[in-house]
Design a protein around this ligand. Structure first.
Ligand code: AMP
Length: 113
């Protein structure tokens, strides 16, 4: 059994609220939302962060981005949304399985903290 939290969610071993999926990626609600819409999009396959995913499998990265855009449309974020890949501990990454945060539903300030 994998020790990676998001691998376990992708395998259905840990529950999550699924929002959308495609062959290679799944989207689920963030357990600690920072905006009215806060969805995580992850590859089903394990990659530690977005840089490693792009280097290993750029087509997979495209599948993740495609699903993120689909989630934004499905969640009614036509007015704007933020797509964030925290990459590395210094950037706030806490789960080392590549994931995009899809955030929206409120005004989002810039620059982020
Ligand atoms: P990051 O800090 O960029 O690595 O983002 C990790 C995200 O995973 C955080 O926003 C957490 O709230 C979220 N998270 C952690 N555990 C779970 C879980 N079991 N289900 C859904 N989201 C989670």
């Amino acid at each position: 059994m994998s020790e990676c939290l998001f691998c376990r969610i992708a395998a259905g071993e840990i529950p999550a609220t699924l929002v959308a999926e495609n062959d290679q990626a799944i989207a689920f609600q963030d357990v600690n939302p920072q905006a009215p819409v806060h969805v995580l999009v992850i590859p089903r396959a394990h990659h530690s962060d977005v840089s490693e995913m792009v280097a290993a499998d750029p087509l997979l990265a495209g599948q993740v981005l495609a699903l993120a855009a689909e989630v934004a449309e499905q969640e009614g974020l036509a007015d704007g949304y933020r797509l964030v890949f925290n990459t590395g501990a210094k950037a706030g990454q806490s789960v080392f399985h590549a994931h995009a945060h899809v955030m929206g539903g409120r005004d989002l300030t810039w620059p982020p903290g």
